[in-house]
Design a protein around this ligand. Sequence first.
Ligand code: PBG
Length: 320
Amino acid sequence: MRRLRRTPALRRLVAETRLSVDDLVAPLFVREGIEEPLPIASLPGHFQHTVDSVLAESKRLAGLGVPAVVLFGVPARKDAEGSGAWDPDGVVQRALAGLRDELGDEVVLVADLCLDEYTDHGHCGVLASDGSVDNDATLERYARVALAQATAGADVVAPSGMMDGQVAAIRRALDADGHEQVAVLAYAAKFASDLYGPFRDAVDVCIAGGGDRRGYQEDPANRRESLAEVALDVAEGADIVMVKPAVTYLDVIAEVRRAVDVPVAAYHVSGEYAMIKAAGANGWIDPQAVALEQLLAVKRAGADFVLTYLAGEVAEALGG
Ligand code: PBG
């Protein structure tokens, strides 16, 4: 076997998997009511952006060849319903409109569609009187968010709340309002992971009463359940399905790839990024080499593209 491993050119020739800048989607945070971008301590190199700085950063990424960004909003005020999420003048809607104006179709604009950044209790939906997340009442709100994001200029909406029926509710609302061309990227197999910690710092989310999301996100013990989730989302009209996190769930990515013919995305999440950065800062690993190895592994498992905080630096490393 070693004959084909002898030189870099031979290895390049027979490589089964390739990582390209076309595989990268960059997550970006935009915060209402700040004058300057604020660094996020647990996501080194990332910021809570102003509307202006998110435009500048998106232009920079577009210049590097990154094909898509995904936007997350941090509102100035949160309430029980998360109403900032569908405010036509909300921070993500303003950012989407600005990006559409400035960048046209150069970059795919993906909007994360959820309520947790906007609710004062930090859950991904509205609460029933017993404190649990009310599935169907939440779907009504998701439909409003989808319309606000589509109207502002999103190419793709990405529901991440793991409510049952969310894709169908969003697809129906979009079609009824003339947004047939807006695609749905479903967070289909999203696990109740402890790797989302830095993200929750980035969006100032703290779940009330020390709660968690195990009542709606998937149990990390389950693989077959992911196939059921993915099948439902495809039947409901998902254009793309996603597995999240990525490196801890390569088996799920591989199974989902075999099970469906729509594009499969993976989310290399905040904790996965932070671990690479922290070990790199200690000199324990080469962070760039590990970043490339992990993203390649995610592709090898079967993902067509990856949402990753590494997008900018990897695009630079790959020569943009
Ligand atoms: C929910 C959402 C989360 C992430 C993306 N969308 C957090 C959660 O479910 O708690 C996490 C992303 C990451 O960790 O990078 N709106």
